[in-house]
Design a protein around this ligand. Structure first.
Ligand code: UDP
Length: 397
């Protein structure tokens, strides 16, 4: 079904929807294109699936193109992603060549002759080098850029400075370059299968299909199997919690086409949970199941070591589930310690377990925090606010 902006009148005030139509009108003669590296898996695709159709419905002609990458190319760009978040990297000439060549090749058939070109993340970043640029190009980086590997950044700089602007998810991710930079916070779509209301019977049925019972509290983490999301840490926390309170753990993680590391990490996680009866490790792209798990959980964890934003946090809060999460990257924008969840240091497993236990043993407090969470997301991280940010940004650049 086509997405319609008017449907969001059921969620946010009419004035908000009216304002989107009104502001979008100013861009009605413009043609915008977004380019990223996957239609499926991960937060960028998740957001584009809502933002792009809704901008069209609002009256801004907006296209979405995907870079045609190969497994080898995505292995390199995942290394770049990791290094931009602070990892070491051996930056060989071969890697640079493959990275640039694939972008050069894509540029020959992408026809990026729109009024604005928006490039997401490092994979398609070099496209700009291989086209005749006539319009504003914007690099939308979703990664935590606060501590990037310097040798990689100095290589990527030659592409980045060709852009007219960079958009990041948090002020501390801005790069020390003398160029236009802006912050746009990500968002979730309250009307997708993943986030819309779901009754308890349907939740139980979906969980039952995966043999997850609700006779004891559930704690969960929904995230790609990626070491930045620290699934091992989640298991360590669960191990501490279950010694005090009988509960089950769900680790749900789909894989993303542009993340070739996921498979190995998934198998490593499976091996680690052999000894537990009540741990469910599921690797499947299933929006209904994400919805059910986030809803049925007493506490949602986001144990990330680094995190550009973590849509999964807002997704859980939207379902009135309190979140215990690492105080890193975009997470503290969403979790306010003691209000809608708790923030902990990523390596403090004891504290994390203690916070989870606290919420499991005080359901009234947990419920209150969950209610606070939904309100906080409604005020700050819904797609309607995101559409207005994009329209404002494009109108001003
Ligand atoms: N996701 C999903 N199924 C899974 C795991 C993750 O649909 O099994 C979704 C999740 O609900 C969220 C997105 O993938 O919408 C992940 O975005 P986030 O910003 O949390 O992390 P990223 O993967 O972009 O680092």
């Amino acid at each position: 079904m086509k997405k319609r902006l008017d449907d969001y009148r059921d969620v946010v005030l009419d004035e908000v929807v009216d304002l989107i139509y009104e502001q979008a009108h100013k861009l009605s003669d413009k043609h915008v294109v977004h380019v990223n590296s996957t239609y499926e898996g991960g937060g960028v695709a998740e957001m584009l699936k809502s933002v792009v159709p809704l901008l069209n419905d609002a009256g801004v002609k907006t296209g979405w193109r995907i870079l045609f990458g190969s497994y080898g190319f995505y292995k390199i760009t995942k290394e770049f992603h990791n290094a931009l978040q602070g990892d070491e990297l051996t930056l060989s000439a071969e890697k640079k060549n493959r990275y640039e060549e694939l972008n050069a090749n894509n540029s020959s058939f992408m026809h990026l002759d729109h009024d604005y070109v928006i490039i997401h993340d490092p994979q398609p970043l070099p496209l700009i080098r291989f086209v005749k640029k006539k319009q504003p190009w914007i690099w939308r980086a979703h990664i935590d850029l606060s501590n990037p590997n310097q040798s990689l950044l100095s290589y990527l700089k030659k592409f980045i400075v060709m852009y007219d602007s960079i958009i990041v998810s948090r002020e501390s991710y801005m790069l020390p370059y003398d160029m236009h930079q802006a912050v746009i916070h990500p968002s979730i779509d309250p009307l997708t299968l993943k986030n819309r209301d779901m009754d308890e019977d349907r939740v139980s049925k979906l969980l039952g299909d995966f043999k997850i019972t609700q006779d004891k509290p559930i704690i969960s983490q929904v995230s790609r199997f990626d070491r930045w999301k620290d699934p091992n840490g989640v298991i360590r926390v669960y191990d501490r919690v279950r010694k005090k309170i009988d509960c089950s753990l769900v680790l749900l993680g789909s894989t993303a086409f542009d993340d070739p590391e996921g498979e190995a990490i998934y198998h490593d996680v499976l091996n680690q949970v052999n000894e537990y009866e009540d741990v469910h490790v599921i690797s499947q792209a299933n929006d209904n199941l994400v919805n059910a798990v986030q809803r049925a959980s007493s506490v949602v964890l986001q144990k990330s070591v680094r995190e550009g934003f973590a849509l999964t946090v807002s997704e859980a809060l939207w379902k009135e589930t309190p979140v215990v999460a690492s105080n890193v990257g975009g997470i503290p924008l969403q979790v306010k310690d003691g209000f809608n969840g708790y923030l902990v240091e990523p390596t403090d497993y004891n504290k994390c377990a203690e916070r989870v236990i606290k919420l499991l043993s005080d359901p009234r407090k947990a419920h209150k925090m969950g209610v606070n969470g939904r309100k906080y997301v409604k005020d700050n991280f819904l797609v309607t606010r995101h559409l207005l940010d994009w329209i404002k940004f494009l109108g001003e650049i």
